[in-house]
Design a protein around this ligand. Structure first.
Ligand SMILES: CC(C)(COP(=O)(O)OP(=O)(O)OC[C@H]1O[C@@H](n2cnc3c(N)ncnc32)[C@H](O)[C@@H]1OP(=O)(O)O)[C@@H](O)C(=O)NCCC(=O)NCCS
Length: 191
């Protein structure tokens, strides 16, 4: 059985609530947060994305969690798993994250993303989880490396959904991956 709500040491990873919409919209209008994306996101697009995420949870039992830090803030951003098939061209899912600027630097993304991997491999049974970003997004790459994803040599690719005319500097992406055997090996090393 899949549990769509999970607690980690400091975080509650949960389904999205109506109250998350305003802080999510605000986060997507912060140039620091959106530096490596295709511009700021309008309230309409942000709203529609929440609807899409919630529908995905209902249909598939996995997806992107809203991240709450009990005692600190009811919504700091999102993390979790999302389909990547449309980007990579083969059946795959990515682990991703986005936090409001004032919540960077606390290890929340790393803590939440570690749980995403555990959830994906153990509870859902995926055989492989990937992540990708632009080479210059060093913070995101650091999260990938901290949670044990491995850079795929020769795996750099042009993101098919980036507007190459308007945003040529964010077309190229680096790819990170972890497969089940390597994830299981890491669990054994840790125990
Ligand atoms: C990517 C993103 C989530 C990373 O945020 P982050 O704060 O750097 O990552 P974490 O939450 O894991 O925090 C790590 C930092 O907290 C520090 N930290 C403090 N307490 C910590 C703790 N208890 N555990 C772990 N790290 C801790 C770490 O030392 C590290 O600091 P550093 O950046 O000075 O090295 C954030 O930059 C972001 O939302 N960016 C915009 C959206 C984006 O680009 N998303 C990815 C698209 S592919």
């Amino acid at each position: 059985m899949t549990l769509p709500e999970v607690r980690t040491e400091r975080l509650l990873l949960r389904r999205w609530r109506e109250e998350d919409r305003a802080p999510y919209i605000a986060m997507n209008q912060d140039p620091a947060v959106m530096e490596h994306m295709q511009g700021l996101q309008s309230p309409e697009i942000s709203d529609a994305f929440i609807d899409k995420v919630e529908a995905h949870w209902d249909e598939h039992g996995w997806g992107l969690w809203a991240v709450e830090v009990p005692g600190v803030a009811p919504f700091v951003g999102f993390t979790g798993l999302w389909p990547a098939t449309h980007v990579l061209g083969y059946e795959s899912r990515e682990t991703g994250w986005r936090l409001a600027r004032q919540h960077w630097g606390h290890g929340y993304a790393t803590e939440a993303a570690s749980e995403s991997l555990r959830f994906g491999f153990e509870d859902i049974g995926f055989d492989e989880i990937v992540s990708f970003t632009v080479p210059q997004n060093t913070r995101s790459r650091a999260v990938m490396e901290r949670i044990g994803l491995e850079y795929v040599e020769g795996g750099d690719f042009d993101h098919p959904r980036v507007d190459a005319v308007a945003y040529p500097h964010i077309v190229r992406h680096v790819l990170y991956r972890l497969d089940r055997p390597r994830w299981e090996a890491r669990q054994i090393r840790r125990s």
